[in-house]
Every structure is written in structure tokens, then in C-alpha cells.
Design a protein around this ligand. Structure first.
Ligand code: AMP
Ligand code: GLY
Length: 423
């Protein structure tokens, strides 16, 4: 089968790598891909949101399956457009992707179906939002309703910070339409984890839990980013917490979406926080997580394309997992998530026996050498029998960046959150 992967980040490199292992897969195309993807797939110069061009490409090349990575095309209706012309595509329709595309929708949906989450209220009027904040006090969380590339959440430690966030979103239009409505949410304190599942209607097949590290610097300090590293599984999670999340969050969500006439097919991602009452939902995503995918897929024993064809044809894919640990640390451009330089040359990046390299923001110069083109440049990962061994392998490899001021990485990926960092 010929497969098209839509997207060009680390998640998509990881998807392409996993698909390349499948005996059923003949040719892999990626749109637009990146310099790492190019070693395994034919990269096509179409952006991930150019839906008409992607449909035309898939028709012209008789693509058997298209797998969509990013949220923007999903929320713009890429799945609907492919389905309208009879193409196989794995991902939720626009109606179903709204569970990620509107936090207000996700929150009211959770309320209706009694899915555990933080208390909240939604506002379009700044002075009403401010009154609510004054009444509730801090800490409190202010979220832009729409898609904001992971930047639309302010965890305010003070009332002033929260009021300021409301001004930026509702008055200053910082996130445009995405911030013209805000969700103001109760602050929850606890360890976070990500639980993804293959979903088709009411059928839910959970993956192993993972944890990403969202803050830029060691010890969970600094600004929020798209994710600076991740690990899978999560050793401090109890089996009953995972069972609770599957039973009380993933299953009722899938069922509720069917009842809403928004039946979900694709990857349902629950961002969860452990609380004394059990896990609660921080966010839903309608797609594979990034960088979680980069550490979850290496543990999956099954053929990914077979899983997708099984799930979408009503069969249990019988997911099997390696009894091992995978961690991945992101190398980012200096300055990220703020301004950073582009086209900076990268050192030679060969896979070693112990480590794999996933490209995110990379390109190649005319001589074929790799250069950085994005904020998150790449991820160095390792799959080992123990978390400690995986961590050691990754940090050994990353020494090639130690004398290099153009890039930085966190030195504590794989340590549990809220754990004192032992430097
Ligand atoms: P999101 O972009 O929705 O994943 O939010 C980014 C980060 O903000 C999450 O990973 C949490 O660390 C934090 N966050 C979001 N909502 C809450 C909440 N209700 N309580 C505490 N932290 C939160
Ligand atoms: N790692 C969080 C996300 O994919 O949105």
C-alpha cells in the first residue's frame, strides 16, 4: 500500500519511521516532511493545510491510506475532504476534531457526560471574566478557546496575571479568533500524564501512558513550549489510575461523541492530571501527541498500518507493547520558544546502537548537510530495559551539542515531575 503522512514535525518523522517497518507499505509520501523524513519517504512540497492540493495529490498518486498528524488540517476538515472523494484517511472529521478545536466545546461536553475535569466558566466579555477571576482568586487558569499552537494557556499564580491574560486574549486579540472566547478554569495541582488511544466510534484501544515536559528549562522552569522531551511508560502511575482514566474518561468520551453526532475516529489524546479524586482532564487533542508519539511508537510491537486498518474496520487491533522504556530529549534552537535563528548548521547526526534521532525542524543545505529550521529541531531517543539506561544513553549522545551555543536541551528528561532534580 502507498501511504501519505500529512505534517512535517517530529511526530510525523516518528509515524513515517514506524510505517517504514511495515511489510504492507510500499511507498511513503510525506507532505511536507522534513530532512529526517526524507531519508525514509518521498517529501512532497505541499503544506499540511493545503487541503485541496493534498486531496489532488492523493488521487493522482492513488494513495491507499493518508494519516494526518497536526491539528490545524483536522480542524479545517481535511478528513471530510478526503472522505468526500472516497479516499481512506485516518483522523477525526471536522465535527469530531472540535474536541481539540474548542476548549469551550470540550468543557461543556465533559460537563454533560460527567467526565472528570476542572470547574470552569466561559466568557466573551472581559469585565465579566475579570469579575469571575476576582471572585475565585488565584491560582487560576485562563485558556484561549481555539487553537493556539500550545501557547493559549496561562496558568496564573496571581489575580493580576489572570486579569492580564484576559486583557491579552479578549481585548488585545493576541490569539485572534482563537482567543475571542476564553475558558477560565480551576487550577489543579498534580503530576500530569498523556494517554492516547486508537478510537473508532465507541471502540477505544488505549496506548501506554507517556509524560511530556512542557517547560523550556530544567526543573520545569521557564515558558511553556510544544514539549521538550517525553518518556513512556510512566513508572509512578498506578495501574488503577490508568484503568480509571480508560473507564471514566476515554470510554465515556468516545461514547459521548457518538451520542453528539460527532463520532470520533482517529487518535484521541487525553492530557490528564492526577488528583486525590483520580485523574482529571486538562485537555483533549484529536491527534497523536508531540513529542509523546516519538516515545510511544517505538514500544508498539504491532504493524501501525494493520492497527489502523483493523480499528477502522471494527476489529480489535490487539495492541502489544514491549516491556521496556523509551525516553526522548528535544534539542531546541537557542531562544525558543521566543525568537531564534534559522538555517543554523547541525552537527552530524548518525543513529547509534543505543539511540535514535527524530527530526522536527530540520532542512538540508545545498551540500546535503543538515541545518535547523525550527524552534524544536530534533529529538534524541533511546529504548532500553530500564528508564535509567535509556536516560544515560540519550545524555551520552547529546554531548555532541555541549560545546554548541546555538542549541539547548533539558538535562532532566525522564525524571518524574515534581521530583527534586538531583543534579
Ligand atoms: P494545555 O496547552 O491545555 O496542555 O495546557 C498547558 C499546560 O498548562 C498543561 O500541561 C498544564 O501544565 C497547565 N494547565 C492547563 N490547565 C490546567 C489546570 N486546570 N490546572 C493546572 N494546570 C493546568
Ligand atoms: N504534547 C502535547 C501535545 O501534543 O499537544
Amino acid at each position: 500500500m502507498d501511504v501519505l503522512v500529512v505534517g512535517g514535525g517530529g511526530r510525523e518523522h516518528s509515524l513515517v519511521k514506524k510505517l517504514a517497518e511495515s511489510e504492507q507499505v510500499a511507498t511513503i509520501y510525506a507532505a511536507p516532511g522534513n530532512a529526517g523524513v526524507e531519508t525514509l519517504a518521498t517529501c512532497v512540497g505541499i503544506k499540511d493545510d493545503e487541503i485541496d492540493a493534498l486531496v489532488a495529490f492523493a488521487q493522482d498518486h492513488k494513495i491507499d491510506w493518508t494519516i494526518v498528524g497536526p491539528e490545524v488540517p483536522l480542524n479545517a476538515g481535511i478528513v471530510d475532504a478526503f472522505q468526500q472523494v472516497g479516499l481512506n484517511v485516518f483522523g477525526p472529521t471536522k465535527q469530531a476534531a472540535l474536541i481539540e478545536g474548542s476548549k469551550d466545546f470540550a468543557k461543556s461536553f465533559m460537563k454533560k457526560y460527567a467526565i472528570p475535569t476542572a470547574d470552569y466558566q466561559t466568557f466573551t466579555n472581559a469585565s465579566e471574566a475579570k469579575q469571575y477571576i476576582e471572585a475565585k482568586g488565584a491560582p487560576i487558569v485562563v485558556k484561549a478557546d481555539g487553537l493556539a499552537a500550545g501557547k493559549g494557556v496561562v496558568v496564573a499564580q496571581t489575580v493580576i496575571e489572570a486579569l492580564d491574560a484576559v486583557d491579552q486574549m479578549l481585548v488585545g486579540n493576541q490569539f485572534g479568533d482563537a482567543g475571542s472566547r476564553v475558558v477560565i478554569e480551576e487550577f489543579l495541582d498534580g503530576n500530569e500524564f498523556s494517554l492516547m488511544a486508537f478510537v473508532d466510534g465507541e471502540h477505544v484501544y488505549p496506548m501506554l501512558p507517556a509524560r511530556d515536559h512542557k517547560r523550556a528549562f530544567d526543573g520545569d522552569k521557564g515558558p511553556n513550549t510544544g514539549g521538550m522531551g517525553a518518556y513512556c511508560p510512566v513508572p509512578d502511575l498506578q495501574a488503577q489510575e490508568i484503568e480509571f482514566a480508560v473507564e471514566h474518561i476515554l470510554h465515556p468520551t468516545a461514547k459521548g461523541m457518538v451520542e453528539e453526532g460527532r463520532s470520533f475516529t482517529g487518535i484521541l489524546y487525553a492530557g490528564l492530571i492526577e488528583t486525590p479524586q483520580g485523574p482529571k482532564v486538562i485537555e483533549f487533542n484529536a491527534r497523536f501527541g508531540d513529542p509523546e508519539t516519538q516515545v510511544v511508537l517505538p514500544l508498539l510491537k504491532n504493524d501501525l498500518l494493520q492497527v489502523i486498518t483493523d480499528v477502522t474496520s471494527g476489529k480489535d487491533p490487539a495492541l502489544e507493547w514491549k516491556d521496556a522504556y523509551c525516553i526522548g530529549t528535544v534539542v531546541a534552537s537557542k531562544g525558543y520558544p521566543g525568537k531564534y535563528q534559522k538555517q543554523v548548521p547541525l552537527p552530524r547526526l548518525e543513529e547509534s546502537d543505543d539511540c535514535f534521532v527524530i527530526h522536527a525542524g530540520t532542512g538540508s543545505d545545498p551540500s546535503g548537510a543538515y541545518c535547523a529550521t525550527g524552534g524544536r529541531v530534533l529529538l534524541v531517543g533511546s529504548l532500553q530495559a530500564s528508564q535509567r539506561q535509556a536516560q544515560q544513553a540519550v545524555y551520552e549522545y547529546l554531548r555532541i551539542f555541549d560545546e554548541n551555543d546555538d542549541f539547548f536541551y533539558r538535562s532532566d528528561i525522564g525524571f518524574n515531575q515534581k521530583q527534586v532534580i538531583d543534579s
